[in-house]
Design a protein. Structure first.
Length: 237
């Protein structure tokens, strides 16, 4: 536990040891250590088959595996890309042969950008709709596994991925904490009627007619994402 040290004395050796262990994740769980290590992407080395390993502790590996034809559905944020075809992945974090955590991934704009997939949540705006969402959104919470892995896959190849990543983030809400997300939900419930979703129709990208899909649903989800982006800016200001 962190503590303050009086100015006229030195820190207890046990406290110093505990702080250094915390700093380097020595006494952390394997998953906590892995999440600490992936925050320095430059220390990870490419291996065969889409794997990466941590060069100072190669027992920690990160693997992305294509989901193939078993997962080929669309999400509204894909239509903001030049190439909207879905390419889904599984991202697996290992310690030796032990799977520590698995989450979704997506290759955007024909593979020009790779990211972990955001989380999904929603808001019931009215009392009569308590048991279902009237509006949903995709989001990251800073410090969450999803957001840490999203940052991990940002590369220096800005010409290839910058536009795709920017377009993706235009559709995704980013919160400082889970507490902020919950307070934002309250803000939306209290202020939603003050906003007009039709004001954001000029931001709609091209939506092709896809057989078997209700494209109006995708358009509505996209419009709602733009409205909520504006509401989040207003909430934080």
């Amino acid at each position: 536990m962190d503590t303050n040290t009086p100015k006229n004395s030195s820190a207890d050796i046990n406290i110093i040891e505990s702080l250094w262990k915390k700093r380097f994740g020595i006494d952390a769980t394997a998953l906590d250590r892995a999440l600490l290590l992936v925050q320095t992407p430059c220390d990870w080395v490419d291996s065969d088959g889409g794997k990466k390993f941590y060069k100072y502790a190669p027992e920690f590996t990160l693997e992305k595996i294509s989901a193939g034809d078993c997962r080929n559905g669309y999400e509204f944020y894909l239509f903001n890309q030049c190439d909207s075809h879905p390419r889904w992945y599984d991202i697996n974090i290992y310690y030796h042969q032990t799977l520590l955590y698995s989450l979704g991934g997506a290759a955007l704009d024909g593979g020009r950008c790779f990211t972990s997939t955001p989380q999904t949540n929603g808001i019931s705006l009215y009392k009569e709709s308590y048991h279902h969402w009237d509006i949903s959104y995709k989001y990251f919470v800073k410090g969450s596994i999803e957001h840490i892995i999203h940052l991990f896959y940002i590369t220096d190849n800005m010409d290839e991925e910058l536009t795709a990543r920017q377009r993706f983030m235009e559709c995704i809400l980013v919160f400082e904490s889970e507490y902020e997300r919950m307070k934002f939900n309250d803000f939306v419930i209290a202020n939603f009627k003050k906003y007009n979703v039709d004001e954001f129709t000029n931001r709609l990208p091209y939506f092709p007619d896809l057989e078997g899909y209700n494209m109006d649903t995708f358009r509505n989800e996209y419009l709602q994402s733009q409205l909520l982006q504006q509401m989040l800016k207003d909430f934080k200001s």
